[in-house]
Design a protein around this ligand. Structure first.
Ligand code: FRU
Length: 541
């Protein structure tokens, strides 16, 4: 994102006193040491997706998993409803869905130098020297972006900060930057552990290149190679990721190999610690619609790799009505668990599944096994307005599937007439579509309303019958809530079996609200944590 000017408003209030003694630049309007309280009951507030308490959020940052806790940091402007004044907000979760707001984790070190996107690693073996007596030391690696008085972009450099308390409070490294530069377009470092060293991918955004750097101590970095001009160039490269992923056999699900994946679009390849070599020349896309940007994988996850992304994009993130109506903007996608496999006919692909929803499942609203037919559920009484739906279609005689053979998933609001349509065609080119054009509430030229993507689910030279599955979660963000869902199978060849399940989802926020309906976040600051926070402040003075 290019920041044309700084958008500062005096929205936030508390915290001026707490800010005293913090030598990194802290805007008096930004609370330190305490989470920002918020109301999550508004009609536009998603109930099973993360959204910030107030203010503007963009990319997920620094995601890691340690001792049973997922940590999500995010690009956060606590003083406005558009980008600018970037901090790292912070939330934690044990299940990947129920997020507890934490105090802001990283503040701009100077008034006009913002904390842009980056990553976090756990320095188990104290390679950095920051953690003499710890195996749970946490280091954040991120971009510091300077802005000039006239609003133009100054240098973007890579910096680190370390945490002795598993990521709740951080201290800036005194000798930042760790990767210097004069470029105003050099950002978003993602670091992983590779055998005996650390490896970083970072974007030379407007040169369409990723730099790969290596380090033994997270402080001194050496350039190793570039990965340049791959895939869909678009306006610029941002937020690259590098992750090791299991390769699973499509039939048995067994892990048969492992490969690395670079995501921008995404590329599958081998990584030898310094160079990334793609397996083929293809550029693959994880999503075909619009609202998933800057996704990151959690550091420290074994097996299938878990990621989430920013469920918006720069074309309209700063205009969506949640800002004026409810005082916040942007949500994250749901967490996904991903692995690689070889799909019929199209070969290498990344399979994304919605991460285990067990902890948020509410009542079962419908289960039905049928051939052609339909299931309609009125979910007006579901307090969260959120549902999980799964449809499994098995025994599809692929030679007989036609372009009239469909599985449609349609949500409607009888009171307003709005609807959201989606569906799949089992014949022809196998398009899956989503149509949000029958929803009102937001009008913007970039708010594209129809998307479709080919979902090749069988290989006609090898498969006589095939199966297909869809998982869907719908969440609150409509003026008139959608209250009915219909799952309909039409013109499927004889023998096909469709199993449909519809579940209510529990609100992840409702249980955290106090009597006034306010979600206060984690204020159970232990004396230890408080001391560390104070200690950091004093140390920095
Ligand atoms: C991507 C991005 C990053 C940058 C951050 C700033 O959305 O533009 O490249 O670090 O947002 O908020």
């Amino acid at each position: 994102m290019l920041f044309p000017s700084l958008l500062l408003s005096a929205a936030a209030s508390a915290g001026a006193a707490a800010a005293q003694g913090v030598s990194t630049y802290v805007n008096p309007a930004v609370p330190t040491g305490t989470p920002i309280p918020a109301n999550y009951t508004g009609p536009l507030r998603p109930q099973v997706h993360y959204s910030p308490p107030t203010g503007f959020m963009n990319d997920p940052n620094g995601m890691f998993y340690l001792n049973g806790v997922f940590h999500l940091y995010y690009q956060y402007n606590p003083t406005g409803l558009g980008a600018g004044n970037q901090h790292w907000g912070h939330a934690t979760s044990k299940d990947g869905y129920t997020w507890e707001n934490q105090p802001i984790a990283l503040f701009p070190p100077e008034e006009k130098q913002y904390v842009f996107s980056g990553s976090v690693v756990v320095d188990t073996n104290n390679t950095s020297g920051f953690f003499p007596n710890q195996t749970n030391g946490v280091v954040a690696i991120f971009t510091l972006a300077r802005y000039n008085e006239d609003g133009s972009g100054g240098p973007q450099t890579q910096a680190i900060a370390y945490s002795h308390d598993e990521g709740y409070t951080f201290q800036y490294y005194a000798q930042n930057p760790v990767v210097d530069s004069t470029s105003s377009q050099f950002r978003d470092p993602k670091v992983i552990r590779f055998e005996d060293h650390w490896a970083m991918v970072v974007a030379y955004s407007q040169e369409f290149a990723l730099g790969i750097f290596t380090s033994t101590d997270l402080k001194k970095w050496t350039w190793a190679s570039n990965f340049t001009n791959h895939g869909l160039l678009g306006a610029q490269y941002e937020c690259p990721n590098l992750v090791k992923m299991p390769v699973r056999d499509r039939e048995s699900g067994e892990v048969v190999d492992e490969k690395y994946v670079i995501t921008l679009s995404y590329f599958i390849g081998d990584f030898n610690g310094t160079h990334f070599n793609t397996l083929d020349a293809a550029t693959r896309l994880t999503d075909f619609a619009k609202d998933n940007y800057a996704a990151q994988f959690f550091y420290g996850v074994e097996g299938n790799q878990i990621s989430l992304g920013w469920a918006s994009n720069w074309q309209y993130a700063q205009q969506v009505p949640t800002g004026n109506n409810e005082g916040w903007r942007s949500a994250m996608t749901l967490p996904r668990a991903s692995y690689l496999t070889k799909a019929p006919r199209i070969g290498w692909t990344m399979v994304d599944e919605i991460y285990d929803t067990k902890s948020i499942m509410g009542d079962s609203l419908a289960t039905k096994t049928m051939g052609n037919g339909s299931v309609t559920v009125d979910y007006a009484d579901v307090a969260s307005n959120a549902l999980y739906i799964e449809a499994n279609v098995t025994g599809i005689d692929v030679a007989k599937a036609t372009s009239f053979s469909t599985l449609n998933l349609t949500f409607t609001s009888p009171s307003s007439g709005e609807s959201l349509r989606s569906g799949f065609y089992f014949g022809g080119d196998n398009p899956f579509f989503v149509d949000r054009g029958q929803l009102r509430g937001f009008d913007n030229v970039f708010f594209t309303d129809k998307f479709s993507v080919a979902d090749v689910y069988y290989d006609s030279s090898a498969d006589k019958t095939a199966s297909w599955r869809v998982q869907a979660v719908i969440d609150r963000s409509m003026y008139e809530p959608l209250t009915m869902v219909n799952v309909a199978a039409r013109d499927l060849p004889a023998g096909a079996k469709v199993s449909v399940a519809v579940w209510a989802l529990k609100s992840t926020w409702a249980g955290q609200a106090n009597k006034q309906g306010t979600v206060v976040g984690n204020v159970t600051t232990t004396s230890k944590r408080h001391m560390i926070y104070e200690g950091v402040s004093r140390h920095n003075e």
